[in-house]
Design a protein around this ligand. Structure first.
Ligand SMILES: Nc1nc2c(ncn2[C@@H]2O[C@H](COP(=O)(O)OP(=O)(O)OP(=O)(O)O)[C@@H](O)[C@H]2O)c(=O)[nH]1
Ligand SMILES: [Mg+2]
Length: 207
């Protein structure tokens, strides 16, 4: 457990790239299908009740929400994708925002891809996986809402997803997580620790 993350603070909601915090340091993005549990995961790993807003209405948040961990280390809660009831115009705007974010954001180090354990590896998840594979960005999967399955079924899903990723040559890590039952916090902290430390090493030893 790393209590550094407990100090995370909300900084800004940005409707576009122009309004984002300066593109320096190390940013870790939380991506995933709408309603998967991204904002809940952020609250859980920071041990805060309402750092990120939990939406009862999926797909409503169309903003990039930024949180400072410490100076030049940030999380960003990305708007969820793939919610059917969202009107086409909003979907288009979401695509444009995400595309420009992923293309242009220099400080983006890696992605935490959040999936509801009952609906893993959707088409959108594969797009995210392929993009990270292509750009060689680290990606870590949270299979969240693990509390919705019994232990055996949750582990089975973990192995199944692991196998599918291996079949496609995707070198990514994954874990079980539950915001409700507080499962998997140490594991995610460990990944975040490594990523932030790696970025610092890179910055100190530019090639
Ligand atoms: N049982 C259970 N419910 C969860 C868990 N995580 C999130 N939820 C519920 O799932 C719903 C969606 O959670 P959010 O964290 O708002 O999901 P999101 O991915 O941020 O959704 P968008 O912001 O719409 O993209 C809420 O009703 C949460 O209470 C979990 O680990 N277990
Ligand atoms: Mg959210």
């Amino acid at each position: 457990m790393n209590s550094l993350y407990y100090q995370a603070k909300f900084t800004i909601s940005a409707p576009n790239l122009k309004n984002t915090p300066p593109d320096i340091g190390c940013e870790i993005a939380f991506a995933g299908r709408s309603n998967a549990g991204k904002s809940s995961a952020l609250n859980t790993l920071t041990n805060q009740k309402s750092l990120a807003r939990i939406s009862k209405t999926p797909g409503r948040t169309q903003l990039l929400n930024f949180f400072d961990v410490k100076i030049n280390q940030r999380f960003v809660d990305l708007p969820g994708y793939g919610y059917a009831k969202v009107p086409p115009r909003i979907k288009r705007e979401w695509h444009e925002l995400m595309e420009s974010y992923f293309k242009e954001r220099q400080s983006l180090y890696g992605i935490i891809l959040v999936m509801d354990i009952r609906h893993p590896l959707t088409e959108f998840d594969w797009q995210m996986l392929e993009w990270c594979h292509f750009t060689k960005k680290p990606l870590h999967i949270l299979l969240t809402k693990a509390d919705k399955l019994n232990n055996g079924a949750a582990k089975n899903t973990l192995f199944k997803v692991q196998k599918e990723l291996a079949n496609r040559d995707m070198d990514v890590s994954l874990q079980l997580f539950s915001s409700l039952k507080k499962i998997g916090i140490n594991d995610i902290h460990h990944v975040l620790d490594e990523w932030f430390a790696d970025k610092q090493t890179q910055a100190a030893n530019p090639t």
